[in-house]
Structure formats: C-alpha cells, structure tokens
Design a binder for this molecule. Structure first.
Ligand code: NAD
Length: 443
C-alpha cells in the first residue's frame, strides 16, 4: 500500500521502516531538515537495535523515502500516519500543536479518500479535533473529499522498537468506519500471520487504551518503589519481596523492579496527561497523582544516599555514573533519572564523570562542554579520580563488573546501585560499601 508517515522520530521511523520492509511504499515526512538530510545520506539519527539495516535496505531499493515536502507526501498516500511528538504542555496536558499542524497540512493537500491514522499518544477526543482541523482546511478551499480519522496507538518500547513493531502484542484500531478498518487490517496483515492481534474498538476507547497501558506500567514501578521504601525502613530486602510476589501468576515477574525512578518520553508525560484529562472532566485521579509523586521522590534517592554517605557535604567530590540513558538499549535521555542526579550533584558542588554505551552524544547535546562533566569512553575510565560510583541505567554491560578493579580505582570504595544490579554481599565482600534501593540496610 502507499503510506505516508508524519514524524520520523522513534515511532515514525521504526513504523515507516517496518511497513517498507513488508513491501509497502512509504514516504516519511519531517519538518526537521537536518534529520531528513541525514536520513537521505543513510545516517540513522537515533540508536535503536536492528533499525539501521532495515532503513538502509528499504531506502536503497526505493521502498522508503524521506522528505520535508508535505504536499507531495500527502498526494502519495492511501494511508497517512501522524507520529509526531505530543510533549507536555505547561500544565502537564498533552501539547497537540504538532498533531493539529499535520491535520491542517493534510486538509490543505488532500485530493482523494484517505485514511488518517493517529499514532501519536493523544488525549481522548483528539481524533475529533484532527477531523475538524482537516475538514476546516478542506472547506476553506471549497473541496469536498471524504476521509476517516482512526486512532491506532503505538505500544512499541524504545530499545526493542523494531522487534515490537514486527511482532506486536496487539494492534489497536479505533474507528467506526468499516472501510478504514478494512484498509488497516490489510496493511497490518503481514504482522498478523501467526494469529490475529487486532483489537477493533471505538476511537475514544482506543485513545484511552494507550494512556491506560502506560499508566498501569508506571503504577507497577511506583508501587514497587513504595514497597522498597518501606522495605528499607523495616529491614527487609525488596529483591526477595519482588521474587516472592512475582511468583503469583496474578502478579507476575514483569515490570516490578524497584529503582531510581522511571523516565523516558512516555511514562512521565502520559501519566500527567491522563491525570489532566481526568481533572478536565471533574475527576481527581488520586492513584495517578500518587504514582507521579512517588516517582518524583524516587529520582532523588541516589543523590540522598550519596549526600548521607559523605556526611551531608559533597562539594568538591567527583561521582562516577554508569548509565545516562533513561533505560538500556536507547540513547534517549528524555526525563532520564541520570539528569536529576547530575543536576543535583552539580548544585551541591560535585563533579560528574559518566559512561553510557549509547547516550554520550545526546548528553553532550543537552549539557554542552562543561568542566564538571567528563564523558568517558568506557565504564572503568569513569572511575578514575572518582570518589564513588552510582549505577543509573541497567545496561547489560554493567551487570557483572570487576568489583576489585572498581574498589582500586575509586577514592572511596562505595557503590550506589540505583537499579539493584548487584548482590549487596558480593559487593561488600569485595571491600566496597553498598547502597541499593530497598535493600533493608540503606536507611
Ligand atoms: P520524537 O520526538 O522522537 O519524534 C517526533 C518527530 O516529529 C520529530 O522528528 C519532529 O521533528 C517531527 N515533527 C514535528 N512536527 C512535525 C510536522 N508538522 N510534520 C512532520 N514532522 C513533524 O517522538 P516519538 O518518540 O517518535 O513519539 C511520537 C509520538 O508517539 C508521541 O506522541 C509519543 O508519546 C508516542 N509514542 C512514543 C513511544 C516511544 O517509545 N518513543 C512509544 C509509543 C508512543
């Protein structure tokens, strides 16, 4: 099929590449000229495992094109995806300016029946606003062209995005138009060969499904962090508690890891946006408020441990950070816990030496060149001249380190483990002090 995708970020680029891989003709549009020229030169602007060969192959054979030209891209498509950003507004609700700008562009250039599919995460009711924005533009030029607006929220995970896109758990299609649903079923058929993963529903339910999914996952994390905070005060080990509760299949082992808080471009903003949606219809989402509040405090945890360990004064100290990205297998730093820690350390007069396998360039872009931030080439180099080590992102490469080497390189042998990667006893046996999240000994 002929597909156009607005937005070549994590969602748009991965979706475009995977649809092209299945034989569709895909045009990806972005307003970021630099991004489009890099893509046209064969450079992939984000780190996402497995993405590069698919983009390269399909770009080379003409199945996948990149442009800044909205008009020709709209003329190309039977199906147009909107996959632009929906960052938080000043009050935390989703900022729809990019989505609605695309809707207006579509209305200005549409020349035949087209299915407009919203993949961006947007509040309930946005499909109606997209429809109106496009319809107003059509009316302004006296055109009478039918189109449908479908909600098709995206559930891919950064770091596993290609795999998730090729083998989705479910494909949610929110629409009351039989024709639109049929076209999308056809487009997604190659991803559905094993069994039908399509869940068709009304538009509003589809829009809410995405927020409910992210809010549920964020709730699991904040719940475990709450248990961790109780565990460390009562002398229990949350890692044992985690395994004890995960064994119940009604609870399960997935997504119940305590840690230094969740970040990323989705959970923080989506929990907030859902809370604002609830408020706008006269309902106070107390559980969501608590999920957010627990997470906010959790992001200060490592800093508090570090301050306490050094007697409340870390001015002039240097802290080594392992991990900067908000989670492993990505270079995304949006709302990353590392940023809160780094900024708190600077505020307290400390310096940072950091290593991340993928997020170095992004960290440099965010913070620029500074004397109090040294970005290192490998994990052990970050320890040179540092007083302490903080683990912020659970990259696989950090799971089995050489504790003796860490001890010898650090001025003060102490690890603040924000992802509970290590067994406290193993670290202590190697002659290092250990702080974990909810390990019953940190308070
Ligand atoms: P992103 O910030 O990586 O990319 C968005 C892209 O849209 C940018 O390249 C930007 O230049 C482009 N853009 C903005 N306005 C445009 C316009 N008028 N025309 C064309 N391009 C335009 O965003 P992302 O992480 O891919 O997220 C996109 C949406 O998908 C968001 O609503 C997000 O909440 C949702 N989502 C993200 C993920 C994820 O893991 N990143 C997962 C599921 C859903």
């Amino acid at each position: 099929m002929k597909v156009t995708i607005f937005g070549t970020g994590y969602v748009g680029l991965v979706t475009g590449a995977c649809l092209a891989e299945m034989g569709n003709h895909v045009v990806c549009v972005d307003i970021d000229e630099d991004k489009v020229s890099r893509l046209n030169r064969g450079e992939i602007p984000i780190f996402e495992p497995g993405l590069e060969p698919i983009v390269r192959r399909n770009h080379a054979n003409g199945q996948l094109q990149f442009t800044t030209e909205a008009a020709s891209a709209i003329a190309h498509a039977q199906i147009i995806f909107i996959a632009v950003g929906t960052p938080p507004d000043e009050d935390g609700s989703a900022d729809l300016q990019y989505v609605l700008a695309v809707a207006r562009d579509i209305g200005r250039h549409l020349d035949r029946y087209t299915v407009i599919v919203n993949k961006s995460t947007v509040p309930v009711g946005t499909a109606d606003r997209v429809l109106k924005a496009a319809a107003d533009e059509l009316a302004a030029r006296g055109a009478n062209i039918a189109f449908d607006v479908v909600s098709n929220p995206e559930f891919l995970k950064e770091g596993d995005a290609v795999e998730d896109c090729l083998r989705p758990d479910r494909i949610v299609i929110g629409s009351s138009s039989e024709r639109a649903v049929e076209w999308l079923r056809k487009l997604y058929a190659p991803f559905n060969r094993n069994h039908d993963r399509t869940v068709v529903m009304d538009v509003r339910s589809a829009e809410l499904t995405k927020y409910a999914a992210n809010a549920m996952l964020a709730t699991k994390i904040s719940f475990m962090n709450e248990i961790a905070n109780i565990a460390e005060r009562v002398g229990a080990d949350v890692e044992l508690v985690r395994q004890g509760i995960g064994a119940d299949p009604r609870i399960g082992y997935h997504f119940i890891y305590p840690g230094a808080g969740y970040g990323g471009s989705c959970f923080p903003k989506d929990v907030q946006a859902l809370e604002r949606t609830a408020r706008s219809v006269g309902y106070q989402a107390r559980l969501l408020d608590a999920v957010e509040a627990v997470n906010y405090d959790q992001k200060s945890k490592l800093f508090e441990f570090i301050q306490r360990h050094f007697g409340g004064n870390i001015s002039g100290r240097t802290v080594a950070l392992w991990g900067l990205a908000f989670k492993p297998n990505t270079d995304d730093m949006r709302e990353a816990s590392s940023r809160r820690l780094i900024e708190a350390l600077w505020e307290a007069g400390a310096k940072v030496r950091a290593y991340d396998p993928e997020a170095r360039e992004e960290t440099q872009r965010i913070y620029g060149q500074r004397d109090d931030l040294v970005l290192c080439d490998n994990a052990y180099q970050a320890l040179e001249g540092a007083d302490a080590l903080a683990i912020v992102t659970e990259w696989k490469a950090f799971r089995s380190p050489d504790f003796a080497r860490i001890r010898d390189l650090l001025k003060e042998p102490v690890i603040f483990d924000g992802r509970n990667l290590y067994e406290p006893r193993a670290v202590e046996d190697a002659g290092l002090a250990y702080y974990g999240i909810g390990r019953g000994r940190s308070v």
